[in-house]
Ligand binder design. Structure first.
Ligand SMILES: Cc1ncc(COP(=O)(O)O)c(C=O)c1O
Length: 336
């Protein structure tokens, strides 16, 4: 697998319907002051916080494929789930409006009074929500979808994080975009680092890096304990994506850095706080508190431990999420 497949993969990707939601390509930005601050010679940031749909973030690329599929299915309402401060929910609510649909959200846990950050934005898009309470959120989502069907609607159910084989194609495309940007600069990256949540981003990048022939190690930094085995999850999503692309599954797996979760999802760590401050202070770039600060903190931790070398060229994929900065942390902290 590798470069010899690149042209045919891009042709296959072009064959799959996409609704344009993101402004692409996103910049690949050199971050010299940040590199110096954390002990690297060079650092490149793939600015997927700048995808441009409702404050941007990684979900725009996934939703391009998922919402196109909802249009194909004649759906009139998107249904999905997440934490109350879910970036995925906010961007799905916005994407529904682009496609002329409504959006129903299911939030994990018990109702909360404060409508802040992402939830505040969900309201602008007219999304309505249900709290799952003590029930598992996916079970509650199935029930919401059944009720919609019973009332004559045609819901399209999007899994948490938009992370299935179809959604992950957005990050196969991102890897090809990155390959082109690196090629134009004559650069070779040692690591491509992103946050690992529901793993669609990590899966798409792992598959896309393998197929495009970039010789880099793809790393996901775990941000919670909700996915017990991220490598297995990535392999599963990759095989679904390969089914969509009509390609054999390449023998590629990501590296997972799982020592940076701290007390759990959304709970800050000493490194994640330091990451947020260092990135903002040195480059004027905002990370989000739940995903990218933990992922960048993980990168800093690996550099400090000497496992990532000063001379390694890193591409950090900034996956967005900044509206959560405007929510009381008590809203996005919840047990894994
Ligand atoms: C800002 C941000 N970064 C990263 C992720 C993780 O992406 P994935 O769910 O594809 O692992 C998410 C998921 O919601 C997110 O909102």
């Amino acid at each position: 697998m590798g470069r010899q497949y690149a042209g045919s993969v891009e042709a296959e990707l072009d064959r799959i319907p996409r609704l344009q939601l993101a402004t692409l390509p996103t910049p690949l930005q050199e971050a010299p002051r940040l590199a110096a601050a954390i002990g690297l010679d060079r650092l490149l940031i793939k600015r997927d916080d700048n995808t441009g749909l409702a404050f941007g973030g990684n979900k725009a690329r996934k939703l391009e494929y998922l919402v196109a599929d909802a249009v194909r299915a004649g759906s009139d309402v998107l249904v999905t789930l997440g934490a109350p401060q879910s970036n995925h929910c906010r961007m799905t609510a916005a994407a529904a409006r682009v496609a002329g649909m409504e959006c129903r959200l299911v939030f994990a846990g018990h109702p909360i009074e404060q409508v802040q950050g992402n939830m505040w934005l969900d309201q602008f898009f007219g999304a309505t929500w249900t709290f799952a309470g003590d029930r598992p959120a996916p079970e509650c989502m199935s029930q919401v979808a059944d009720e919609l069907r019973a009332s004559g609607r045609n819901p399209y159910v999007i899994p948490g994080g938009g992370s299935n084989g179809l959604g992950a194609l957005g990050y196969v495309g991102c890897a090809f975009e990155l390959a082109q940007q690196l090629h134009e600069r004559g650069e070779r990256a040692r690591y491509v680092v992103c946050a690992g949540g529901s793993c669609g981003t990590l899966s798409g990048l792992t598959l896309g890096v393998a197929l495009s022939g970039i010789e880099a190690e793809v790393v996901g930094v775990s941000i919670s304990r909700s996915v017990p085995d991220r490598v297995a999850r990535v392999r599963q999503i990759m095989s679904e994506s390969c089914g969509n692309l009509d390609l054999p599954v390449p023998d590629a797996s990501p590296t997972v850095w799982s020592d940076y979760i701290g007390r759990g999802y959304g709970m800050p760590t000493e490194l994640s706080r330091r990451a947020l401050e260092t990135v903002a202070f040195s480059e004027g770039i905002l990370l989000d508190p739940v995903y990218t600060a933990k992922a960048f903190g993980g990168l800093m931790g690996e550099i400090e431990a000497g496992r990532v070398q000063r001379s390694d060229l890193i591409v950090f994929v900034h996956t967005g999420g900044t509206p959560a900065l405007f929510a009381d942390p008590a809203i996005y902290w919840h047990p894994d």
